[in-house]
Design a protein around this ligand. Sequence first.
Ligand SMILES: [Zn+2]
Length: 248
Amino acid sequence: MKIELVGTGSIFSTSNSACSIVNGKLLVDIPNGICKSLLKSGYDLNQIGGCLITHLHGDHFFDIPFLLKGQSKKGKRETPFIIVGVEGIEEKIKELYELAFKGSWEEVKENLSLTFIDCNHLENQEILPDMKVTSVKVEHSDKCESYGYLISNDGLSIGFTGDARMCDGVKTLLEKSDILVADMSNEVGNESHMGIDNIQELASSDRNKTIVATHMKTETKMLARNISMKNIVIPDDGYAIELQKVIR
Ligand SMILES: [Zn+2]
């Protein structure tokens, strides 16, 4: 499995907002501006087959109308486009799409055979070929239900915390993944987001796991560059890593 961090920043940082793409086909969140970044990096938007949305804050899904519009321009997709998210996600995306492109929701829905999957209790479900997805509830905001995801194939798993404070869900994700892409917005973790302190704690708890920090404020990223822990990666946009099974 190959993962690229298309965005590593938080809303007001100079980097793209947090977004990853796995095997060039499955997005984890689709923040504002990310379609243009994908195009700049050479991706063909039509190759993307689905998107896991961690929660409904704007910096995690506001570019979805542009991805759907772009794909729909090509006519009918051969396979359904899959969107995974919290209960009510279809209504929210319809609202956003109609705000962006009034009167064309039914057409895009049909062209892309749009398929919505409720992430609640999602367990090892094959969302795209060779990519099974499990959801894990995390704590982020009392006003916004939030999930992390595990994407697995051939005995390997990549975890994504989405936005999260330190909580049991984050620990479960670390335990079940080989690489964890984790919210490290702040210098010090608070009730909404993890901080450098939390990521160091997670990395110390299992030194065989690699933690890739994301959703970083600009100042957090600068500070984090001074810490050196072998199993913490502080990436810039475009950082890519490939997971391969070690055969002993
Ligand atoms: Zn959020």
